[in-house]
Write a protein that binds this ligand. Structure first.
Ligand code: MG
Ligand code: FE
Length: 168
């Protein structure tokens, strides 16, 4: 069971780092989306949800006695990974941002499914409840993006045809 607890802890730290990264990427994206108010609103709502997720994961880490410096190390690694996706978020093209967001949300979904399974193995029902709540928020965000990507793409394409700044 000790190995299971160690694995769970490592995955929990990764999830915390992932959510910190999600916050940074969404904040950068939301600040650029003047001509896509619906998308901006949805991202802003998800930023608030994500802030709640970061606190909830921090509380679970504190409860496990995981120290902050280890969290910092993992965050460094995660940032390097996320840099490989950074073109999607830091570029000023909303379609790539939408693609990157959808990809990231699905990584979050997979992460919470894994954490739910590990916490169940440990009999940690409080943690399971936290992860289920996070999972539902990620699924709702992924569904929203899937449901709006056609509209976002059409808006982008028609603005480009009119030679309007496609992003703003
Ligand atoms: Mg999240
Ligand atoms: Fe998310």
């Amino acid at each position: 069971m000790e190995q299971t607890r160690q694995n769970y802890l490592a995955w929990l730290r990764d999830a915390h780092a992932m959510e910190e990264q999600a916050l940074a990427m969404m904040q950068s994206m939301a600040s650029r989306l003047e001509t896509y108010p619906q998308l901006r609103k949805r991202i802003q709502d998800h930023i608030r949800e994500t802030e709640g997720q970061v606190s909830a994961l921090s509380r679970l880490l504190d409860r496990q006695g995981a120290n902050a410096s280890v969290v910092k190390d993992t965050l460094g690694k995660m940032t390097a990974f996320a840099q490989s996706m950074s073109g999607m978020f830091t570029g000023d093209e909303v379609v790539k941002g939408t693609l990157g967001s959808y990809t990231f949300e699905n990584m979050e979904i997979a992460t919470y499914r894994i954490l739910i399974t590990a916490a169940e193995q440990l009999g940690d029902t409080e943690a399971v409840e936290v992860f289920i709540r996070c999972l539902e928020e990620e699924e709702a965000m992924a569904d929203w993006l899937a449901g709006h990507s056609a509209e976002i793409t059409r808006t982008y394409l028609s603005r480009a045809e009119l030679d309007l700044p496609a992003q703003r």
